[in-house]
Design a protein around this ligand. Structure first.
Ligand SMILES: Cc1ncc(COP(=O)(O)O)c(C=O)c1O
Length: 382
């Protein structure tokens, strides 16, 4: 356990001055290979796929921020999930939140299931359904909370108890809240996964992913996957994430203040039919959000009446950008049915409750008055 509080950790964990020069920023070690000191001896690094000094610093920072024992950085969030599933074997069963990022579903259904691994999608907000889905061969329960785009919460502590009682591990995609607002390992989960592309980088200028483990076997496994399968984050991307992490707590405060203000505005707007934001008392899982999260975050989604209304809204926005992704300093709006859930059939989307008028917002750090005025004028154009 670190003696330091969160903002101090964000600035300093893994980010001590360079021992050679005293540079206060972690240098970008653009070297694929490292001079050995003899046969079978080195200075800690031999080849950058296996380990790189810049990546090591980021991995130290990620482990510290999530309270884990090891961090592992990959090229993208999807590469991190791909590394996670290498823990599984043919014949294993996985319980996965029904309402996960559609890219995760694509990976599971079109690639992982081809290896003889059974993936079962369950509404993980329903603990009884999770209990009922557990089988003797269930090895992993993979959850995303809050979910995308419906902001449904899963009780991490309760799911961890159920999974552990059945000998399974729990992995949590913590991308939507970032380590600043949710600590899955402290709630009992075993592994945390991130798309660092989002809040950790925070500036929409790089792709990356991470796994944070809590046991020595996670470290051994993920180090092996990095070395054996590759897919590691480049030193330059590592530097960008390290830089982003220094301001993560500050950014998240502003993201969240704006998120609350926007949600309150939308909650009374006559053209908004449904609004999903865990920070509203009307959210059915508000109490769980208060219990397991350190804040409500800045992701939300709402519904307009039709695809046409959604199209008019997205054409009218001026500050918000009509773009996929989230967690950057700029505010984004996206049409869920054709972006994040474009690869999901209409029938499945409907059954999930993602209708053609659903818009997801990632609230940035601009002035909240400007954001609300922009939404107001765009809704007037609907
Ligand atoms: C919740 C979540 N998990 C994982 C991913 C995949 O991350 P990446 O795009 O870095 O591969 C995304 C991307 O949008 C995401 O939103």
């Amino acid at each position: 356990m670190s003696p330091y509080k969160y903002s101090t950790l964000a600035v300093h964990a893994g980010q001590h001055p360079d021992p050679l020069t005293g540079a206060v920023n972690v240098p970008i070690y653009l070297s694929s290979t490292f001079e050995l000191t003899g046969i079978g001896s080195d200075r800690g690094w031999d080849y950058s796929r296996a380990g790189n000094p810049t990546r090591d610093r980021l991995e130290t920072a990620l482990a510290a921020l999530e309270g884990g024992t090891s961090g592992h950085a990959f090229t993208t969030g999807m590469a991190a999930i791909s590394a996670l599933v290498t823990m599984l074997r043919a014949g294993d069963h996985v319980v996965c939140s029904r309402d996960v990022y559609a890219g995760t579903v694509r990976l599971f259904d079109q690639i992982v299931s081809g290896y003889g691994i059974e993936i079962e999608y369950v509404d993980t907000s329903d603990l009884k359904a999770v209990e009922a889905a557990m089988k003797p061969n269930t090895k992993l329960v993979h959850i995303e909370t809050p979910s995308n785009p419906l902001m449904v919460l899963t009780d991490i502590a309760a799911i961890s108890k159920i999974a552990h009682a059945h000998g399974a591990e729990v992995s949590v995609d913590n991308t939507f809240l970032s380590p600043a607002l949710q600590s899955p390992l402290a709630l009992g989960a075993d592994i945390v996964m991130h798309s660092t592309t989002k809040y950790l980088n925070g500036h929409s200028d790089g792709l990356g992913g991470a796994l944070i483990g809590s046991k020595p076997e996670h470290k051994d496994r993920f180090l092996l996957v990095q070395k054996a399968a590759g897919g590691v984050m480049s030193p330059f991307e590592c530097f960008l994430v390290l830089r982003g992490i220094k301001t993560l707590p500050l950014r998240v405060k502003q993201h969240e203040e704006n998120g609350r203000a926007v949600a309150e505005f939308l909650s009374t707007h006559p053209k908004v039919t449904k609004l999903a934001y865990p920070g509203l008392k009307s959210h059915p899982q508000y109490d769980l959000a208060v219990k397991q999260q350190k804040g409500f975050g800045s992701m939300m989604s709402f519904e307009l009446k039709s695809r046409e209304e959604a199209a008019r809204f997205l054409t009218a926005i001026k500050i918000f950008l009509n773009a996929e992704s989230l967690g950057g300093v700029e505010s984004l709006a996206s049409h869920s049915a054709t972006t994040t859930h474009g690869s999901v059939s209409e029938e499945v989307r409907r059954s999930m409750g993602i209708n053609e008028g659903r818009i997801r917002l990632s609230i940035g750090i601009e002035d909240k008055e400007d954001l609300i005025a922009d939404l107001d004028q765009a809704l007037a154009a609907v």
